[in-house]
Design a protein around this ligand. Structure first.
Ligand code: ATP
Length: 286
């Protein structure tokens, strides 16, 4: 395990307000513009160590762009992102590479390597990033497969032989094998039945219980958002807001979502089209 991780494990999982080290990620006046289209504008958010944040909002509002910018995969057009007190745009390539090893990614489609066995898929980050004896690789891979509820026989199989839910769990095992400080989940339950979705939710919670990981979960699944997160950020498409409005329509606990002051938040969490249907018919008439 790296010394960075050793450092992280010593931190208080419930930092006191005002403690300078409490924020793992600081988003400062972030804007992202693609081909003159403003996707994110003036976002200011601090993510505390050990928090699990659900990022919700309608399709196209910029959730994925936000998540990718947070981990340094997209460069801000304006503003900055700091991770553990260091701005991405001030890091050298070596520091950026070292920092990325502290992140785990769980992709929407699991993104496994089709030509590799499940064992090799899960072992991949370990072999890439650490010098470890083959016996340790084996122990850690089998341990992580067990932790996501997969039987040992699965290790010999290939991704095409597994169900969608099993592939998602392999993706989770692979993301967690280096015990990252930050895990980013992109639509972790999309395409799964309600039971398998809840298995994934439980695994996200179990990971948090095991060690003080910070997690960001981009999701459309309100059950997931409510169950796994201790804070919800709801984004709204920039083009639909008036100039003075914040693009983060809601920032609070999942239990407060239902009673949010903003009607658009309440409509979203209840799955109500509201005036959107009327707007769509006006657009098609125009
Ligand atoms: N690399 C890119 N270049 C240009 N435009 C992009 C790029 N990535 C995303 N966009 C645009 O940014 C907007 C927000 O996309 P994003 O994927 O963040 O939405 P989202 O909220 O995650 O949506 P969904 O819930 O459907 O996944 C979209 O209009 C998309 O077309």
């Amino acid at each position: 395990m790296s010394s960075d991780n050793d450092y992280e494990y010593e931190l208080d999982p419930e930092p006191k307000p005002g403690d300078a080290s409490e924020s793992l990620i600081v988003v400062d006046d972030l804007s992202v513009v693609f081909q003159k289209q403003t996707i994110l504008q003036d976002i200011n958010v601090s993510i505390l160590r050990g928090q699990t944040i659900a990022v919700i909002g309608e399709s196209g509002c910029g959730k994925t762009v936000f998540m990718k910018t947070l981990v340094g995969l997209i460069q801000p057009t304006q503003g900055s992102i700091s991770f553990d007190g260091r701005r991405f745009d001030e890091m050298s390539m070596t520091e950026l590479t070292r920092t990325r090893k502290r992140f785990g990614f769980v992709f929407q489609n699991a993104a496994l390597f089709d030509s590799m066995s499940i064992f090799e898929n899960v072992a991949f980050p370990l072999r890439q990033n650490e010098v470890v004896a083959e016996s340790e690789v084996r122990d850690r891979v089998m341990q992580h497969l067990m932790e996501v509820g997969l039987p040992s026989e699965v290790a010999r199989k290939y991704p095409a032989e597994l169900s969608g839910g099993m592939r998602k769990r392999v993706g989770l095992a692979r993301a967690l094998i280096l015990e990252p400080e930050l895990v980013v989940y992109d639509e972790p339950t999309t395409g799964l039945d309600p039971i398998m979705s809840d298995v994934i939710n439980e695994l996200i919670l179990e990971t948090r219980r095991r060690y003080p990981v910070t997690s960001i979960v981009v999701t459309h699944d309100m059950h997931t958002a409510r169950k796994v997160s201790d804070r919800v950020l709801m984004f709204y498409p920039r083009r639909r807001l008036s100039p003075h409005e914040s693009q983060v329509l809601f920032d609070g606990s999942p239990s407060d979502l239902e009673h949010a002051d903003d009607r658009r938040v309440r409509q979203f969490v209840r799955g109500e089209a509201g005036e959107r249907l009327k707007e769509m018919s006006l657009q098609s008439e125009g």
